[in-house]
Ligand binder design. Structure first.
Ligand code: ADP
Length: 428
């Protein structure tokens, strides 16, 4: 406990939130699947004739058609409307830009030859606005189909060209594939942004504590020896936590790069597991957790990078201990499995492998978390990190290591009953 500047606030300085509060109280300056078209719809060059019946799936994306020929716009609108897209129409570039300002549009079909703003000029204006700079745009053209014009369009940032007369099947396929790609890209961007927000959050906590305590120690002359040593211990813990997180991120980005090099040689996997268990033993004794092992085969040899497999074992065992209460049990099982073995078949592994299982009887994992548990962007559990339990990147690192060996990692778990983490390494 520390008393701040002679005031009454007595705070437990072992938590970062309190470190921040404390420094504040001391006034420190802290701060289609669509049902296939039953027949190919062939538009005449001016799109005015539309043949055929359209059966459509559900899509709720908004598509803006910009073409100075109203008949073309209408024909496209009918086709896309049948596909359940929400369609907006414009017969000039200017009108189209006005709609883009007001509405949330997912894709633009843009004619090139138009009076006033032509397609190229309209596209360059679309690309300069923050709201629309990444919007997918497909050029529709009957004339500007020479290489130079096409290159000009691509330089301006058009995503696709469709040549008139438009084949309706092709149009729908292109629209769908572009929308699918955009959705996937947005999802990745969202995950990355979530990841960075969490990262910043997880680095800011310890950093806040370090800053608060160093300022406090520099300004407060009457701190007792006990206060000082508590503060130093918190500073040390906070720096370690930041270092762990940074090291994990570096590890992960190295593993994900093409330059990851494994030093593979035959390793004695059972010996490696014995060693990992022996190293964890003191911690296990402290938490009254018992370790046991079941080695089904006397000898298990795989070609692997010893240091990296050690890292996987350490992480799985450490997690087993972190998420298992006092008097818990951790069992490590190892066995050779043929490719017809149910365990490998269920996991989708189609080659003879050694299978290692680290089983605990801890808190387990909820079914909705399981699909994302190895996912580097999703699985960071900030509460666990905040509680000083880890960086939340360990399993993503394990997955990368095991997959780099041609193996697979998976989990079976029941909430409040425990988890079994498995990994396989090819044995032939
Ligand atoms: P960390 O353990 O550093 O948070 P990991 O990537 O190793 O990061 O684990 C991610 C999350 O998966 C953990 O925070 C925890 O919520 C869950 N988890 C991992 N192993 C277990 C386990 N054996 N039992 C229950 N939950 C687990």
């Amino acid at each position: 406990m520390a008393r701040c500047g002679g005031q009454q606030d007595i705070l437990n300085i072992s938590s970062y939130e309190n470190a921040e509060k404390m420094s504040r109280s001391c006034r420190l300056p802290l701060k289609s699947g669509r049902r296939d078209l039953s027949l190919t719809l062939q538009f005449h060059p001016n799109f005015s004739i539309l043949h055929g019946m359209i059966e459509a799936p559900h899509e709720s994306y908004a598509i803006l058609i910009i073409d100075d020929e109203a008949a073309n716009v209408d024909a496209l609108a009918i086709l896309l409307g049948h596909e359940d897209y929400r369609v907006f129409r414009a017969t000039s570039g200017e009108e189209g830009l006005g709609i883009l300002e007001k509405e949330k549009i997912d894709l633009v079909l843009l004619d090139i030859l138009m009076p006033g703003l032509d397609g190229f000029e309209t596209l360059s204006r679309i690309r300069v606005h923050k709201k629309t700079k990444d919007l997918p745009v497909i050029f529709l053209t009957g004339f500007m189909r020479d290489a130079l014009s096409m290159e000009h369009g691509f330089n301006l940032g058009v995503n696709e060209y469709l040549l008139k007369p438009i084949d309706s099947n092709e149009l729908i396929v292109r629209v769908k594939s572009i929308l699918r790609m955009t959705v996937a890209e947005k999802k990745v961007m969202q995950l990355q942004s979530d990841f960075f927000s969490m990262l910043v959050h997880d680095l800011r906590g310890p950093l806040t504590a370090i800053r608060a305590f160093t300022q406090l120690m520099a300004e407060e002359k009457n701190l007792s020896e006990q206060d000082k040593s508590e503060m130093l211990a918190t500073i040390e813990k906070a720096s370690e936590q930041m270092l762990d997180l940074i090291n994990d991120i570096l590890d992960l980005s190295k593993l994900e790069s093409e330059y990851v090099t494994l030093t593979k040689r035959p390793i004695d996997l059972l010996g490696l597991i014995d060693h990992a268990l022996a190293q964890m033993k003191p911690l296990a004794i402290k938490k009254s957790i018992t370790f046991s092992k079941k080695y089904v085969d006397d000898e298990v040899s795989v070609d692997a990078d010893k240091a990296k497999i050690e890292q996987v074992l350490d992480n799985l065992l450490m997690n087993g201990m972190k998420f298992t209460g006092e008097r818990g049990e951790i069992v490590v099982t190892v066995r050779n499995a043929s490719q017809n073995d149910t365990i490998l078949k269920t996991a989708g592994v189609d080659r003879p492998s050694v299978v290692v299982c680290v089983k605990d009887n801890g808190i387990g994992i909820s079914p909705k978390e399981i699909p994302f548990i190895f996912d580097k962007y999703r699985q960071i559990v900030t509460s666990a990190v905040a509680a000083g339990k880890g960086t939340g990147l360990g399993l993503a690192i394990c997955k990368n290591i095991i997959e780099a060996h041609g193996g697979k990692i998976w989990v079976e778990s029941r909430e409040h009953a425990g988890s079994s983490f498995y990994f396989s390494l090819p044995s032939e």
